[in-house]
Design a protein around this ligand. Structure first.
Ligand SMILES: Nc1ncnc2c1ncn2[C@@H]1O[C@H](COP(=O)(O)OP(=O)(O)OP(=O)(O)O)[C@@H](O)[C@H]1O
Ligand SMILES: [Mg+2]
Length: 460
């Protein structure tokens, strides 16, 4: 390499900001000590060599069926109903969460049903991957393994094998030999992804990239990486339980609200197709302070248990503690209960917990939170066969919420006998058939509490 071509830049490893001098603090993202000197090789600067054909949009032909299933329902759901040809998907997650496991299982099902799959690992040897594959039963004859970190060798393997799917585990370990900066640096990640993206877009190859995450929980490397790919998935743990949640934060081909739930077992990740059952499995019914609530995760209804505990405070300032809901939501519900129902929480501690480590950001949870608090406050149980949802307005009215049909179908499917819901939602759903399930439409918080807790005199 001639020295003329060598130019160095200091690049922020957190956001990709580039400067000619070292800086202690990145002016762009505010990160400290994040600059690293990298050699920018001019000869590797990229440009699209051929101008793609210019066409009016109506003349572009799209082949039918360019979306296919991975064979794993939960993964398909998060991808927006399957994989689109030529897409570049990044899967990020904490160390040991199960990224390699998930992709090796997907590689197996796709190898069996779709075509050749090339699994490239820069982190593990072929033998280690084989050991895992034996455990998972991922032994499809169409699955090829390559333990390699050199991008050119990987591209050569792609040309030789012409796979349908390429899996790169992980993008931080792959290096472009034309660049002198070490693997994992911003320029390496960016250029390797760019090369792979060109292959994906021109040949229809589907590429899954595994991405490490930083301490802050975002995918390591520049934000640009997330802009380049079509889909960004995050694999998360559900508070020390064996459940793993796959979430999409960007998807050019589908909704980003979808969620896939898996359970980690010794035979690999098992899909949890009926999560409501899991979240309600350890329910201690007939105790004051617990209410079942049908939340929505994307387009999927999910029954969760909301618990509340109230008691006289021994602190100068009573405690308000939440787990799984926004603290401001609790403040709002308490304020409405004080003003509209006349309850006094001035010297009462209030704790709220959403069981199973779920996080509920759904405004329809308001009524369930209020019922759980009152149930504990008055020491009256909410029937274990009842489910509650509705948004509370500041005047104490119960406002209608979205997706009431889907919520009700899930409640009916799970065998509950009664559902208390906003009146407007109730009127809109009269045409649906929910068997013998009793639907009680309510207009105000007061009415709701009377119906659910059977209390005559509310402000005691
Ligand atoms: N025999 C086993 N029984 C049960 N679970 C296991 C077994 N072996 C591995 N696991 C689970 O698989 C996880 C490791 O999965 P995997 O290697 O796919 O994670 P990863 O996200 O690829 O991690 P890394 O970031 O280190 O590559 C372990 O944390 C553990 O939960
Ligand atoms: Mg791994």
């Amino acid at each position: 390499m001639s020295s003329k071509n060598k130019k160095t830049s200091f690049i922020c490893q957190a956001c990709g900001y580039s400067t000619v001098k070292w800086l202690g603090r990145c002016p762009d993202c505010g990160g400290w000590s994040s600059f690293q000197e990298e050699i920018i090789n001019k000869s590797t600067s990229k440009s699209f060599s051929e101008v793609s054909k210019l066409l009016p949009i109506g003349n572009i032909e799209v082949k039918e069926g360019n979306r296919f299933s991975t064979g794993i329902t939960e993964l398909d759901r998060v991808l927006g109903g399957g994989i689109v040809d030529g897409s570049l998907i990044i899967v990020g997650g904490e160390p040991g969460i199960g990224k390699s496991t998930l992709l090796l299982q997907a590689a197996n099902t796709c190898g069996n049903d779709v075509g050749t799959v090339l699994y490239v690992s820069g982190e593990e040897s072929r033998e280690q991957i084989k050991l895992r594959a034996n455990r998972l039963g991922s032994l499809s004859s169409n699955l090829y393994i390559l333990s390699e970190t050199d991008l050119n060798v990987i591209i050569e393997a792609i040309n030789k094998l012409s796979p349908k799917i390429l899996i790169v585990d992980s993008i931080q370990t792959i290096y472009h030999p034309d660049l002198t900066s070490p693997p994992g640096t911003v320029s390496q990640i960016r250029d390797c992804t760019y090369e792979l993206m060109k292959i994906a877009k021109s040949s229809g190859l589907v590429i899954f990239l595994v991405g490490h995450v930083t301490k802050q929980g975002i995918i390591a490397g520049p934000k640009l990486l997330e802009h380049m790919v079509d889909t960004v998935l995050y694999f998360e743990e559900n508070s020390q339980q064996p459940y793993r949640i796959l979430r999409s934060v960007k998807n050019r081909f589908g909704s980003t609200n979808e969620l896939g739930i898996f359970e980690m077992t010794s035979e690999g990740l098992k899909e949890v197709l009926n999560p409501s059952e899991v979240f309600l499995s350890e329910r201690t019914s007939d105790f004051p302070g617990t209410v079942v609530f049908p939340t929505m995760e994307g387009t999927r209804p999910l029954l969760v248990e909301i618990q509340a505990l109230t008691g006289y405070s021994t602190y100068a300032q009573p405690r308000r503690s939440v787990n799984g809901i926004d603290l401001n939501r609790l403040f709002l519900v308490l304020a409405v209960l004080e003003k509209r129902i006349g309850l006094r929480f001035g010297n009462i501690d209030v704790y709220i917990n959403v069981v199973g480590g779920m996080r509920v950001d759904d405004p329809a949870a308001d009524l369930a939170i209020a019922c759980a608090i009152c149930s504990s406050f008055w020491d009256r149980t909410v029937s274990s066969q009842s489910v509650v949802f509705g948004e509370i307005g500041l005047t104490g009215e119960i406002r209608n919420v979205l997706h009431s049909d889907r919520r009700l179908s899930e409640v009916y499917k799970m065998g509950f006998h009664r559902c208390v819901l906003p009146e407007k939602n109730h009127l809109n759903t009269v045409k649906e058939n929910y068997g013998t399930m009793i639907l009680s439409g309510v207009r105000s918080l007061e009415e709701a509490l009377r119906v659910i807790l059977g209390v005559e005199k509310l402000n005691s």
